[in-house]
Design a protein around this ligand. Structure first.
Ligand code: AMP
Length: 416
């Protein structure tokens, strides 16, 4: 009995061959931009011990509070589909003793991430991120290098209308003092805040900057700004990051309300958004996370990194058409009994390093040549009683030869 059709789960999507061809370009671009700067690829599992994110990302964050796919692995251990990549990279850094390597350790990754959010354009429950992390150096040149690399990647992918926002959250100590001041400001204006912000005054007052509630936004307009209260070392660090970006010709806007959703950031935070996207305009962002490795049980170790959403980058790039991969040879046959010979020729061509396809749909000879054209085949071999006619699909010229000579003729590639 035919059942109801089963569809892809909400907030997820299939990647069809054309989609993947586009994504291969993203992967190649990431490699091209990041590897010459010394970033090498590292991949971590798609699920981790829940504790990693609870401790690493922060218990008060939206991600940990509402968005994690957490389940029992069947053996009484709680695991979570990774919502982000920085905490896993820092776990791997510790687990493999990478502090013994030359510092900073620079890595990049590309993979799937999971957040239980309400799906909308550009927001999915399973999505892809490309990310880069440099662990083991507090040098402001690391922050600037990472920002420049993400700017280069976005440019390479032709992401449109890109704006870079930049801020500094200072050190964790300065931040906790600031949090108290901000919480006091919020409490003094409690009546004008949204319910959600009010409930989280103590838990995470910084998130009030992200609220789209008009009353809350008004209150935030007179809120004290963290950026105005940086201590000397943090202010100096931030000034040096900005100076390096100025030198590199990367435009940015200092945005004191940029807080980002994760607890582990300290000092530099940044976000690239695109005017070509709707409400979900963030294409990529990151920052410095000097306390994270220590929080995960390591020695105090500075770090900095970013992640960019692959779907958002592609959306904001406006979907470049993917050129069909041309093939070298299409093997056609004039008569049904030539099929075994055609099969052999196609297999031999592939073993010789050519891309070759065989007629598989029982088309007429005319239909087969049409198909060769659709596939952008450079050559077509038509097997018949007199041998193989090798056709130059560009000029239409044709020459008869022994089937055994076809591969060599294609490899020579001279016009007929
Ligand atoms: P975040 O660390 O949350 O700023 O995420 C980094 C980037 O990942 C964002 O700028 C987005 O491009 C992308 N991203 C985050 N969450 C989602 C989601 N639910 N669906 C698609 N892309 C996302």
């Amino acid at each position: 009995m035919a059942g109801e059709r089963i569809q892809v789960p909400r907030g997820t999507f299939d990647l069809l061959p054309d989609d993947l061809a586009q994504r291969e370009q993203v992967e190649q671009a990431a490699r091209r931009v990041l590897e010459p700067a010394g970033y090498r690829r590292l991949e971590t599992p798609t699920f981790e011990a829940t504790e990693l994110f609870a401790r690493g990302v922060g218990a008060s964050t939206d991600i940990v509070q509402k968005e994690m796919y957490t389940f029992d692995d069947g053996g009484g251990r709680s695991v979570t589909l990774r919502p982000e990549g920085t905490a896993p990279v820092c776990r791997a850094y510790l687990e493999h003793g990478m502090h013994r390597l030359a510092q900073p350790v620079k890595v990049w990754y590309l993979g799937r991430f999971y957040r239980h959010e309400a799906p909308q354009a550009g927001r999915y429950r399973e999505f892809w991120q490309v990310g880069a992390e440099a662990v083991g150096s507090a040098d402001p040149a690391v922050d600037a290098e990472l920002i420049v690399l993400l700017a280069d990647l976005l440019e390479e992918l032709q992401v449109r209308d890109v704006v870079l926002s930049l801020s500094s959250l200072g050190s964790p100590d300065a931040r906790s003092v600031y949090r108290e001041r901000l919480a006091a400001h919020l409490r003094a204006n409690e009546g004008r805040l949204s319910g959600e912000v009010r409930e989280r005054i103590d838990l995470n007052p910084l998130r009030a900057f992200d609220s789209d509630h008009p009353g809350t936004q008004e209150v935030m307009r007179d809120a004290p700004m963290l950026l105005d209260g940086l201590d000397d070392a943090d202010a100096e660090h931030f000034a040096r990051v900005r100076g390096l970006l100025d030198d590199a010709g990367v435009a940015y806007r200092v945005d004191p309300t940029l807080v980002r959703g994760l607890d582990y950031y300290a000092r530099t935070v940044f976000e690239f958004s695109s005017g070509a996207l709707g409400a979900q305009s963030g294409v990529g962002g990151g920052g410095r996370y000097d306390g994270l490795v220590e929080q995960l049980g390591g020695d105090p170790t500075p770090g900095c990194g970013w992640a960019a959403g692959v779907e958002r980058m592609l959306l904001a790039a406006g979907g470049r058409p993917v050129p069909a991969l041309p093939i070298d040879l299409f093997v056609a046959y004039a008569k049904e009994d030539m099929r075994p010979e055609a099969f052999r020729l196609a297999a031999q061509a592939r073993r010789s390093g050519l891309s070759a396809q065989l007629e598989l749909a029982g088309r007429s000879l005319k239909g087969q040549l049409k198909q060769a054209g659709r596939l952008h085949a450079r050559w077509a071999a038509i097997l018949g009683d007199e041998g193989a006619s090798l056709r130059d699909m560009e000029s239409g010229d044709q020459r008869v030869m022994a089937p055994g000579d076809v591969v060599a003729a294609v490899q020579r590639g001279e016009r007929l």
